[in-house]
Ligand binder design. Structure first.
Ligand code: FES
Ligand SMILES: [Fe+2]
Length: 429
């Protein structure tokens, strides 16, 4: 059973149970800036194994269509983006943003039969989102808080991660790893330094979790020792099907991720920072652009429209591991940077982790529950049960960090302070 579950969860191609589930949600596809100009260059993008082409048409509308021409399979990457469509360079068939064939120069009468797959798009938070599921099931745009903030308040980046999305996402759910691999990073990083959160995290690596399952996903309450009369709780959110929200650090910008399969061996790790109620400062934005916090620096020439967005620290250079820094306790593993630390460990598990060989610990309860939630939803969908958390209001939750008296239940606290999160102050230490 466990085995079947994992084999099901890591496969996301069209027609697979998990693939069909994920296709029922809006998918972050690429940065809006990758197709900045109307009639500008189209770019290739692969999502859940599907090879797609993204472009902006003459009217400025984003389009997401199959990469290949319906005539004889040529890549439309080599086509012409003009007059509200892409014209195949081989024999001139033309397709609009919906994938509808609008011209067959040789045989206009067959035009209707020549359409290719096209997916509806929206733009939010500087990102083009696509909907890849059945047309009559298209949900409302995501209700996740950062997705709906003004662009001045958010910074979004993406990086290639060379492993299955699931093991990458599990790193976002498992906050106990922060006390180890990120331990020495938190003091120097501009988005973590100078906070009480750091002190508690470093002092107590033995997190115990309480987990609450709700309509939108899971709320994970991680308990560490706080002050003599209190516990320090870090509240992580996992929302269906691939969002995580990182518990905050002091007054620093809030953070989160989205983990999207490129294929079953690679994923996009989307990283976000935001302030709910004020713009990011110029200084913050500069640090974020430089790859600080949960973002990264890129291998030269890869962070361009349609590029691979491969991090500068990658498996070919052992993530620039520095054994001296490790010895001197400047880096726990010798790798620097949150993103590279996570990627180095998660990619080291292999493209798809060998789940038969893993031996889980009590601190893994959160990832076990996330796996189960996804799996149950995927199986239920096969039986005709609609997926969970498609309603935007179910996705509007927030992460938090707080001290509570030892006898107070964090679930009770969260009911008051985190329900309807957008109307609340940020709770952070
Ligand atoms: S292959 Fe595209 S028009 Fe012939
Ligand atoms: Fe991490």
């Amino acid at each position: 059973m466990a085995n079947d579950m994992m084999k099901t969860l890591v496969r996301t191609g069209r027609g697979t149970p998990t693939g069909e589930l994920l296709r029922r949600y809006w998918v972050p596809i690429l940065l809006s800036s990758e197709i900045a100009e109307p009639d500008g260059p189209q770019v290739r993008v692969q999502i859940m194994g599907e090879k797609l082409l993204a472009f902006r048409d003459t009217e400025g509308r984003p389009g997401l269509i199959s990469e290949f021409c319906s005539h004889r399979g040529v890549s439309l990457y080599f086509g012409r983006n003009e007059d509200n469509g892409i014209r195949c360079a081989y024999h001139g068939l033309k397709f609009d943003i919906h994938g509808k064939c609008v011209d067959v120069p040789q045989a206009p009468q067959v035009c209707e039969k020549m359409s290719i797959r096209g997916y509806p798009c929206i733009e939010r938070a500087g990102v083009v989102w696509g909907y890849m599921g059945p047309a009559d099931k298209q949900p409302e745009p995501p209700g996740v808080e950062w997705v709906n903030l003004p662009e001045s308040h958010i910074f979004v980046s993406k990086r290639l991660q060379e492993c299955n999305y699931l093991q990458a996402m599990e790193g976002g759910i498992d906050t106990s790893h922060v006390s180890f691999v990120h331990k020495f990073e938190v003091d120097g990083d501009p988005f973590h330094q100078g906070t009480k959160a750091n002190e508690y995290i470093k002092k107590d690596g033995n997190v115990t979790f309480e987990i609450e399952r709700h309509d939108g996903g899971l709320t994970l309450f991680g308990r560490r020792n706080g002050e003599p009369d209190s516990y320090y709780w870090r509240v992580t959110q996992w929302m269906f099907p691939w969002y995580t929200l990182i518990p905050p650090f002091g007054d620093h910008a809030l953070g989160g991720h989205v983990w999207v399969p490129i294929d079953d061996h690679n994923c996009w790790s989307w990283s976000v920072n935001f302030h709910p109620d004020k713009p990011l400062t110029a200084q913050e934005r500069q640090h974020l652009t430089e790859g600080k916090g949960v973002h990264c620096e890129y291998e030269e020439g890869t962070n361009v429209p349609g590029g691979s967005f491969r991090p500068k620290q990658n498996k070919d250079n052992e993530y620039l591991i520095d054994r001296v820094a490790q010895k001197e306790k400047r880096s726990f593993s010798g790798v620097f940077g949150f993103a590279a630390q996570d990627a180095s460990l998660q990619e080291s598990m292999g493209a798809i982790q060998d789940h038969d060989a893993e031996k889980l610990l009590p601190s893994d309860r959160a990832i076990v529950m996330a796996r189960r939630s996804l799996y149950e939803a995927a199986v239920a969908l096969q039986q005709g049960v609609e997926p969970p958390a498609l309603q935007p209001e179910k996705q509007c939750v927030r992460a938090a960090g707080m001290l509570l008296p030892k006898n107070e239940k964090p679930q009770e606290w969260a009911k008051v302070h985190l329900a309807d999160a957008a109307t609340q102050p940020v709770y952070s230490l």
